[in-house]
Design a protein around this ligand. Sequence first.
Ligand SMILES: Cc1cc2nc3c(=O)[nH]c(=O)nc-3n(C[C@H](O)[C@H](O)[C@H](O)COP(=O)(O)O)c2cc1C
Length: 174
Amino acid sequence: MAEPGRAGGQGGAGPAPRPNRAALHGARVLLGVSGGIAAYKAAELARELLRSGAEVQPLLTAAGERMVSRATFAALTGRPVPASLWDDPAAVEHVALARWGQVLVVAPATAHTLARLAAGLADDLLTNVALAFPGPVVVAPAMHTEMWQHPAPGPTSSCWRAAASWSCPRPPAR
Ligand SMILES: Cc1cc2nc3c(=O)[nH]c(=O)nc-3n(C[C@H](O)[C@H](O)[C@H](O)COP(=O)(O)O)c2cc1C
């Protein structure tokens, strides 16, 4: 896992870094899955984390759930996957989950979710957990290059504005 609080990786080119499986053993990982086409890869990521001995709590956005079902993640991880912020109000789940997790990984992170996270918006379970979560956040932006490179206060600037507290890959060279 990348060092918390630092931007890492080169975004795109080069071989994927090898996971440090020993470091992940026993780790409690909050896995945010937003609605990019790469959501199918998050299922494999969950499996790899589990193989490393981590516990994985999936948190899907509504669009993420349109890509891959909650049932898939529940079956893979052996944990219930909450449908929304409002599943169990008495449990105040977003706070309980934020306290449970040791690291928050958002993979894939859509342009929309990156912007929400960077702006501190809290309009669904994932973003509420993120806001309540004091630990390290690792984001894996995934979108078309045009979206990533858009000059509006969108994905790239969201990522870098927040890079002081997130692990975020470097944008590809233009
Ligand atoms: C087939 C399809 C693929 C998409 N892939 C991406 C993607 O890779 N990255 C992205 O940022 N948005 C992608 N989107 C758009 C997001 O689903 C949309 O912005 C959504 O509002 C994101 O919501 P969320 O961030 O809350 O999950 C895709 C949409 C569709 C229909």
